[in-house]
Design a protein around this ligand. Structure first.
Ligand code: WTA
Length: 629
């Protein structure tokens, strides 16, 4: 591990419209945080009581370092909260899911219809011999049935492991085997950029190396329909049609596993993160409601695929637990043209929009004219997740998409945390480049390797000091790996990110701890240099790596993609070097700049510096199963 390091902070602050703050679920952040600190268990107890339980908890929390149990002995079913609770209220007819296909096809599924579909499919799974505790792998495109399959598992207490539909056969087989899945739910195809992704074919290939799978459920979308292999495959529609309509929700213990999700492997091999029913439900419900400030008539669009944690928490469980309408769209943001997303915001009247910085930067690259063509006045709150939202991207998002009107919640969290941990709550002053402060309920800090807090302006390790309801409980089949999260820095959960706080306690996430470059004894965060490069008008995206150097230990090499119309001639390299020198100082100036057409990324949009580095050094890039095609 590295030492702490100094960070130069330049701050700009946006004060939101006071009406936004007055109307928010959490109108006074400081007060809410104090209430939490005074009585953490009382804080979570009050939130949990907003949901429905079959049996209440004895204790809110039991902390036996590093193992936590939440809502001890309580019984519940998360689908009862996501479905039955709304069907029994006046949300029965309310759209739960609005799906848009690449070709413009639309499906609206009400809460009542979703409830019905989930119960039928749950009975279908039972008919295939799936029961409580069995693992089911879901390998599907972004269609309502993907969500139905997840909820159907939760309905009967089966543990789902969703694998993103962009993974190939080896990555899929590895995840199936690690989880020991009994059934896989897939589709003949997904649609992407006007082409088909042969999911079923990929699944068949994976199954040659995945002996645990007994049955394969296939959703058939193409016409004429593909033939089903009767020995092992089952047609999704037939299974649902034959199933009984009623399926009571299985009574689950709060600590029973809800799902396993493999983390995106931007570092090392994938890990099966295990989340449980009770705490995960409370954490996602609370952050969905309070961080996005969801009100009854909101239309919420999170652009993530349920194959990632962002989709689990903020496409499926969070939004449905709150009872909001969630938009999902199959396909890519710039197909058939770079106006696709903004057209959808306009057509559906989206009020809360949640996406990733990489998507925002892609739109910046396409130019202001695309969003300008559409009426985006329905938008009320904007969100960002997955990577640091650099100030240039913040500004663009804030002005071009939010019309200077919408608060931006830059949410820092992880697959492991299950829910948002750091953000700037709606109504609080926003500082571009800073995610914000710990959400009430989370104790997040920036520390040195001994766990002591570092002063403002000094970079250190981002840690979480206290357990929280939606924390991972273990790594599937590798509890030792779980213990290292809590065993690296004394008393803390180590997130693996570097960060810095300012005088006001705002946290800026610098990047992964393993993305630190030590140049001539100075620690330099890759994200810092990248942000400086991206602030140059010619640059669209940048990735930097450390390259061994006999004199300096390491030098910085930058890989850059240019904005449309920019040219790498005209002395641009010198200009970029000057630009970085000016903003970060000479130590951070890249020794080499290479221009690329695109950067290698994970399918969830994280730049894979590891791949660039391996190529540069002629080394093996390691596991690249998460690499975008
Ligand atoms: C990064 C995604 C800066 C971080 C929810 C973290 C962020 C990793 C932010 C987890 C943010 C996520 N600002 N960095 N707002 N959000 N990250 O498990 O490095 O796919 O550790 O979860 O993404 O990625 P994961």
């Amino acid at each position: 591990m590295t030492e702490t390091f100094a960070v130069k902070l330049e701050e700009k602050c946006y004060i939101p419209d006071p009406r936004c703050k007055a109307a928010a679920w959490v109108p006074d952040y400081a007060q809410a945080y104090q209430e939490f600190v005074r009585d953490p268990e009382g804080f979570w107890d009050r939130i949990a009581r907003e949901l429905a339980w079959f049996k209440p908890w004895g204790r809110v929390r039991e902390w036996n370092y590093p193992y936590a149990r939440w809502f001890v002995d309580a019984k519940l079913n998360i689908t009862h909260n996501c479905l039955d609770r709304h069907v029994a209220s006046d949300r029965k007819e309310k759209p739960a899911i609005v799906w848009r296909g690449e070709d413009g096809e639309e499906q609206v599924v009400s809460y009542e219809a979703l409830h019905r579909e989930v119960m039928r499919f749950a009975n279908g799974l039972k008919a295939l011999g799936v029961g409580k505790g069995d693992r089911v792998c879901i390998y599907m495109p972004l269609v309502p049935e993907q969500i139905v399959a997840m909820l159907a598992c939760a309905r009967i207490g089966a543990v789902h492991s969703v694998v993103f539909g962009g993974f190939g056969p080896d990555a899929l087989a590895m995840r199936i085997n690690d989880a020991g899945a009994k059934v896989i739910v897939t589709a003949d195809v997904g649609y992407r950029r006007g082409k088909t992704v042969p999911l079923r074919e990929i699944a068949r290939e994976a199954l040659n190396h995945a002996p645990s799978v007994e049955r394969v459920v296939v959703l058939r979308r193409e016409s004429p329909a593909v033939d089903i292999d009767p020995a092992r495959e089952v047609d999704y529609a037939a299974l649902t049609a034959e199933a009984a309509p009623d399926c009571p929700a299985e009574v689950m213990d709060a600590e029973d596993p809800l799902f396993i999700l493999y983390t995106s492997g931007s570092t090392g091999a994938p890990k099966g993160i295990v989340h449980t029913c009770g705490g995960y439900m409370v954490g996602t419900y609370y952050t969905m409601k309070c961080v996005f400030d969801v009100k009854e008539n909101d239309v919420f669009w999170c652009t993530a695929d349920p194959g990632w944690i962002t989709g689990h928490s903020y496409v499926v469980y969070g939004p449905l637990a709150v009872g909001t309408t969630v938009v999902i769209a199959e396909g890519t943001p710039d197909y058939p043209d770079p106006g696709a997303y903004w057209r959808l915001v306009q057509d559906l009247g989206v009020t809360i929009f949640y996406t990733a910085p990489t998507t925002i930067r892609m739109f910046m690259r396409h130019g202001d004219e695309w969003p300008a063509k559409y009426d985006l006045s329905s938008l009320r709150v904007l969100g960002s997740v997955g990577e640091p939202l650099n100030p240039e991207a913040f500004e663009w998002y804030y002005h071009r998409i939010g019309g200077g009107r919408c608060p931006i919640v830059d949410t820092w969290w992880q697959t492991e945390t299950g829910m948002h941990m750091v953000t700037t709550m709606v109504g609080e002053p926003m500082k571009p480049g800073f995610a914000g402060k710990p959400v009430p309920g989370a104790v997040v800090d920036v520390v040195d390797r001994t766990g002591a807090p570092v002063p403002p302006g000094t970079g250190g390790f981002l840690v979480i000091r206290e357990p929280w309801p939606s924390m991972l409980r273990t790594v599937h089949g590798n509890d030792e790996r779980y213990r290292t999260y809590w065993g690296t820095i004394p008393g803390c959960y180590t997130a693996g990110d570097l960060a810095v706080k300012d005088e006001d306690g705002y946290i800026m996430v610098i990047g992964r701890a393993d993305d630190l470059i030590v140049v001539a004894g100075h620690n330099i965060g890759t994200a810092e240099v990248e942000s400086a490069l991206v602030s140059h008008e010619a640059v669209a995206e940048a990735a930097v790596i450390g390259k061994p150097d006999p004199l300096k230990g390491n030098v910085i090499k930058a890989f850059v993609t240019l904005r449309v119309g920019a040219d790498s001639g005209d002395g641009l390299t010198d200009d970029l070097a000057r630009h970085v020198r000016k903003s970060l100082g000479p130590v951070a100036v890249p020794a080499e700049i290479e221009y690329l057409d695109r950067l290698p990324k994970t399918r969830s949009g994280k730049i894979m510096r590891r791949v660039l580095k391996a190529r540069e050094l002629g080394m093996d890039p390691g596991d690249i199963s998460t690499l975008e095609e």
